[in-house]
Design a protein around this ligand. Sequence first.
Ligand code: ARG
Length: 471
Amino acid sequence: MPTEKKQKSSIWGGRFKTGPSDLMQEINASISFDKALYSEDIQCSKAHAEMLKQQNIITHEDFTAIQNGLNKIHSEISNGKFPFKVELEDIHMNIETRLAELIGEPAKRLHTARSRNDQVATDIRLYLRNQIDHLDDELKNLQKNLWKKAKENTQTLMPGYTHLQTAQPISFGFHLAAYIEMIGRDRQRFQDCRRRVNESPLGAGALAGTSFPIDRHLTAKLLGFERPMPNALDAVSSRDFALEFLSIASICAVHLSRLAEEIVIWSTDRFNFIRLSDEYTTGSSIMPQKKNPDAAELIRAKPGRIIGNFISLATILKGLPLAYSKDLQEDKEPLFDTQKSLSISIATMSGMIADMKINAVAMRSALQKGYPTATDLADYLVRNLEKPFRDAHHISGKIVALAEKKECALEKLELEEMQKIEPKLDESVYNVLKIDTAYNARASFGGTAPKEVKVRLAEIASRFNLADESN
Ligand code: ARG
C-alpha cells in the first residue's frame, strides 16, 4: 500500500523533492522520549546564543529575542502547553521550529556554528550530570537510614551465614554496615564517572569543528562543564560516558538486589527476623493472611532491565564508525529507563529500611540452632591445647556431630561427653561455647564485636559525611 507523502522538512528539506513516508517518519522520530531533555536543550541553546553574541556572530537584538523566545518555550513545555510535533522528529527541531514561530528570523540564526550532533551530546551530558547528583543524594539518604539502623543494632545478635547456612555469630548492625560500604563505593564510582560526563562537546559542530570564530571555553564555562572536549570528532561520536553510567548503575542495582533478597528472606515466617511496614508491603487478592514484600521483590528484579540497558547501549556502540550515525539516537531510552528504575529502587529501599522492625528474639534463637561457636571451639583447642588448626577443626566437628545427635546446643553438652572426644578439655571450654563471648571476641579490625563496629560506624559516618545529620 503506498504511503501518503508528507510535507518536506522545514529544517533539512532543501534538497528533497518529497517528504518522508509515514514509516520513515515513525522510525526516525525520537520526540516521544527525547522531550525529557527539553530543559537541557534550552540551557544548551541559551549558552550557545550567549557565546554567538559575545563573539559578534549574532547581534545583541537577535540574542535578546532568542533568550525571550526560549524562556517562553520553557514555560510552555513545563505547563504542558507545547505543541509537540512528530514530523519535527526530535526535541531540538521542535524547539527550534517553535522559536521561529515565536520570534521569526533571529531563530534561524541560532543554529549557526552548531549541529544537532554536538547539541544532543551536550544535552545528554547535562542530563546525566543532574541525574548523577540526584542519585548521589538518594544513595546518601539510603546510607543514612542504614547507618541509623546499624547503630541501633550493634548488640543485636543474628546468625552470619555462608552458603545461607549458619556460620558465625554477627550483629545485625554489622550486617547492615556491610551495605553502607557497598553503597559508598557506588557513590564513589558515580562521582568518578561524573568527571568524565562533565566535559563540553558543544561547538564540535557536525564532526570537524567550525570556521566561525566561536569560543568553546566560554560555552563550557556557561554550562558548568570542566572544559571543552579537545577533539571534535570524539566529542560527537563518543558515548562511553553514558555506557559508564549504565555500568555503574548496574553494579549499584545488583547491590540493592542483594539487600532486597535478604529482606525477602528475613521477612518470611520461617526466618521472621524483620517485619516490614504496611507501607512497603501488599496483600493478596485471595489469601487474607498475606503480607507480601513486593517492593523488595521489585528491587530484586530491577537489575533485569538495568543490566539489559547496559547491554543494549554497548551493543549499539559496538562496531559503530565515527562520527555520528542515527544509531546513537537509541542511547536515550536505556539511559532514561535506568535512571528511573534505579532512582525508585534506592528511594524505596531507603523507606523500607527506615520503617522495618527488628525481631531480636527470633534472630537469637535462629543463631542458637546453628552451632555458630564451632569455629571458636576449634580456635580454643589451638590456643589452649596447642593443637594444629586442622586437628582442632576435626575435633570440633566431632563435638558438633555429638550435639546434633543429642539435639542440643554445644554449651549444653556435658564435659564428660566432650572429653570422650578430647580428653584434655576442661570447664574453661564453656566460655568459648557461649555465643556472646564468641561474638565479643571478634574484635579484629573490621570484625563484628560491638566495640569494633561502633568505631567503624563512627569512621564511615565521617568518611561519607553521614553523622552530623544522622545523630
Ligand atoms: N535526535 C537525534 C539523536 O538523538 C539528534 C541528532 C541528529 N543528528 C543527525 N545528524 N541526524 O541522536
